[in-house]
Design a protein around this ligand. Sequence first.
Ligand SMILES: Nc1ncnc2c1ncn2[C@@H]1O[C@H](COP(=O)(O)OP(=O)(O)OP(=O)(O)O)[C@@H](O)[C@H]1O
Ligand SMILES: [Mg+2]
Length: 275
Amino acid sequence: MMSTDLLAIEQAGKTFGSGRHARPAVVDMSLSFPSDGARLITIAGESGCGKTTLALMALGFLKPTTGEVLYKGIALPDLNRADFRRFRHKVQAVLQNPFETFNPFYGVSHPLHLALRQLGVAPRSREGKRLMEQALEKVRLDPGQVLERYPHQMSGGQLQRVSIARAMLFSPELIVADEPVSMIDASLRVLVLRHLVDLKVRDGINILYITHDLSTALQISDELLIAHRGRIVERGDPQEIVDNPQDDYTRLLVTSVPVPDPDQRWGQESVPTAS
Ligand SMILES: Nc1ncnc2c1ncn2[C@@H]1O[C@H](COP(=O)(O)OP(=O)(O)OP(=O)(O)O)[C@@H](O)[C@H]1O
Ligand SMILES: [Mg+2]
């Protein structure tokens, strides 16, 4: 018997505008996370190829024009209230630029409080405090230090961890991490990846990692999808794709990955391994 996928995107397409102005941003993209075992799937491709559009469809924030997104076998529009709420909680977004995520006028604890309210827990209750402490400890932050601060008093890496902690409050099954093309610091990107791998290996959380940068994603991905002009042009085992790219665009992408030392493939010192 076939088991039902946790999340399946089936030939999803999105066209913005209509008539003469219709512009397909995503065409027939499919991917799925099985319900057994955690996987890290990376979508890589240049700016404007449709990555964020796909992410927003996966999160249920954008309705596909064609195809569908299914959560545990049921298309998102067909989920009943309770199941849609469950989907909302269990499929979380972590935005990659922490400075865009945090409001400078609120304390760092603000997004955590909002998440707790969504879960029906009073942030200042004993239970609320316990949950926040647990989530922060999972990303190795000291709750006593973090909760009193403002965003500008923290490093980008620390803020990033707070947003992962926010997602962790929901005990997510899948995290969609969409990295904006605005250059985040390379060291911060490596840090983020390390946390994502940690979540997968330690907490069994599935990750959909979206990036324009192939090099850092290579060793940690179970599956790599190359997107180009709204389509997936190649998919499969990351190392196989790099060793033997089939598509012209993939070839271009692969040859443009900087390899600092010919004996050291893809900067192996800088990113953690998949398992
Ligand atoms: N709300 C929208 N209305 C109209 N066009 C849009 C909208 N959102 C995205 N697009 C267009 O769809 C295409 C894909 O955009 P998308 O944001 O998904 O790209 P991306 O791969 O995430 O790019 P980046 O790496 O720069 O973040 C682009 O041509 C973009 O201009
Ligand atoms: Mg984007």
